[in-house]
Write a protein that binds this ligand. Structure first.
Ligand SMILES: Nc1nc2c(ncn2[C@@H]2O[C@H](COP(=O)(O)OP(=O)(O)OP(=O)(O)O)[C@@H](O)[C@H]2O)c(=O)[nH]1
Ligand SMILES: [Mg+2]
Length: 508
């Protein structure tokens, strides 16, 4: 495969770049301090008109500086790291932070010692991302880790998903916030095979990522340094050849939206710099950072403001976290939290580690609000514009595709499962099967009733949830209209919301 050609195909042209300039801009603290100081000393207090004029001029200058900072700001992407348990996702995440200078040698030595004390020597790089005690003791990510880093042209929010099958719900939450996926595959003998088997998380994560709107995948074939691999081209080719048909069957366009590359996360090879020919003579393609740099930013939605709440906590008031799915947010905005219609006011906005005045679609934010206590907010609530709030429903109609029922099992009305839709996780019941879907045309077959469906089939059905939840029709707003159904730790079906039932409150 010609990787250079692939990269070119993914390359962003300058017009796209302009369109995607991000809204948020940190306010330089020093600049603010000097301006305030100047004002204090220089204002001619005996002449209020002049003072007013000067303040207005200063405000205009400040706004201009902010606008300039915004215009110069790099584009932003959310990247979720997915793949089977122990593939090396956290190690790669940790290595990225190390290579981008966010972790120094002293900290690495500290992690090395801690990992050794826990008899997990080789996990020291993963400890950068795996921060809690349970994760470090077991060597497994549980909560989605978050970090920020920058390549030449792009700011990234890195979401490090857990690979273990018990934590798939957390992986779903991470992937639902992502624009692109970095699928990590271990090339170590036996490890690729386990992850790729039926029931392995390489498969499940790919299928979920596609359903959750992760439109582009960077497939990193990791652990190429392992003694069982030793940078062998045959092993890399074998993995690529087996993955391509599977990715195609999961609806990824492997020519346009997928790119493969070999790396060693532990050794940091082919990550920030291109491969040393002495290490791997057969690979001359781009490094991981170059690939990430060249991925197109998906179109952002500038409609009414919507930010599904992933998490909330108390910190000098109530702070909510999430990714802005559409619209912009400014300090001082009056918004509404749905579905319980609580009016709130935006006190402060944090993007990465910076406080910003405003932020646009695609950004991963922490927002401090007043008007609501943190205990009155659940994950899956949506902060939304007051003019056009997100609809809240207890029932909707959907197209379902059954992908994980056991061979002899059938799905009928009355089937219960866990619904995952953006940040919502709730029990649901299929109330009615309305019509079968022709899997060739993807269209419902009219006038043909249906009593049950089997694995592989498609069906239009009515779904009810226990609590009121915020959803949108997939055709209006895909991010809030796509979902998965899981039961007993397995993904049973994926679906799209096609209609919101009557009685839906789309106005507050
Ligand atoms: N030889 C080698 N080992 C690696 C590499 N990357 C990761 N590992 C090892 O693989 C093991 C698992 O690494 P993690 O980074 O915790 O894997 P993970 O994908 O985050 O695992 P989960 O969070 O449990 O899904 C550790 O022992 C790492 O040192 C690599 O490039 N080469
Ligand atoms: Mg991990």
């Amino acid at each position: 495969m010609d990787l250079e050609a692939e990269i070119r195909a993914l390359q962003l042209d300058s017009a796209d770049l302009k369109d995607n300039v991000q809204e948020s801009a940190p306010v330089p603290v020093e600049q603010q301090a000097t301006e305030d100081h100047d004002q204090e000393i220089l204002l001619p207090v005996h002449n209020p008109a002049k003072a007013k004029e000067k303040a207005a001029q200063e405000n205009a200058a400040k706004e201009e500086a902010e606008e300039e900072a915004e215009a110069n700001k790099k584009r932003h992407l959310n990247a979720v790291f997915i793949g089977h348990v122990d593939a090396g996702k956290s190690t790669i995440g940790g290595q990225i932070l190390f290579l981008s200078g966010q972790v120094d040698d002293r900290q690495i030595q500290k992690y090395e010692k801690e990992a050794k004390d826990k008899s997990r020597e080789s996990w020291y790089m993963a400890y950068i991302m795996d921060t809690n005690e349970e994760e470090r003791a077991k060597g497994k990510t549980v909560e989605v880790g978050r970090a920020h880093f920058e390549t030449e042209s792009t700011r990234f929010t890195l979401l490090d998903a857990p690979g273990h099958k018990s934590y798939v719900p957390n992986m779903i939450s991470g992937a639902s916030q992502a624009d692109i996926g970095v699928l990590v595959i271990s090339a170590r003998k036996g490890e690729f095979e386990t992850g790729f088997e039926k029931g392995g998380q390489t498969r499940e994560h790919v299928q979920l990522a596609k359903t959750l709107g992760v439109s582009k995948l960077v497939v990193v074939v990791n652990k190429m340094d392992d003694p069982t691999v030793n940078w062998a081209k045959e092993r890399y080719d074998e993995i690529e050849q087996k993955m391509v048909p599977f990715l195609k069957s999961s609806s990824y366009n492997t020519k346009k939206d997928v790119i493969f590359l070999p790396i060693s996360g532990l050794m940091g090879v082919n990550m920030d710099k291109r491969m040393d020919r002495n290490v791997c003579p057969w690979y001359s393609g781009p490094s991981l950072f170059e690939v990430l740099d060249s991925i197109e930013v998906p179109p952002r939605d500038n409609g009414p403001f919507r930010m599904p709440i992933i998490d909330k906590f108390k910190d000098m008031g109530t702070v909510v976290m999430g990714k802005v799915e559409s619209g912009s947010i400014k300090e001082g905005d009056s918004l509404i939290i749905m579905p319980n219609k609580e009016p709130v006011k935006v006190v402060a906005i944090y993007c990465d580690e910076d406080k910003v005045k405003r932020a646009g679609p695609g950004e991963n934010l922490r927002v401090r609000i007043t008007g609501i206590e943190d205990e009155d907010i659940l994950s899956g609530f949506v902060i939304s514009s007051t003019v056009k709030p997100v609809p809240a429903v207890t029932e909707f109609v959907a197209q379902l595709q059954i992908i994980g029922l056991p061979e002899k099992a059938v799905l009928t009305a009355g089937y219960k499962a866990i619904l995952h839709i953006h940040a919502v996780v709730d029990e649901c019941e299929i109330m009615e099967l309305i019509s079968q879907i022709d899997m060739e045309t993807r269209e419902p077959i009219k006038n043909k009733g249906v009593r049950f469906v089997k694995n592989g089939a498609g069906v239009v059905c009515r779904i009810q949830v226990t609590n009121s939840i915020c959803v949108e029709k997939f055709s209006d707003f895909p991010q809030l209209g796509r979902f998965t159904l899981r039961t007993e730790g397995k993904t049973v079906a994926v679906g799209k919301v096609t209609a919101l039932s009557s009685g839906v409150s789309s106005s507050a």
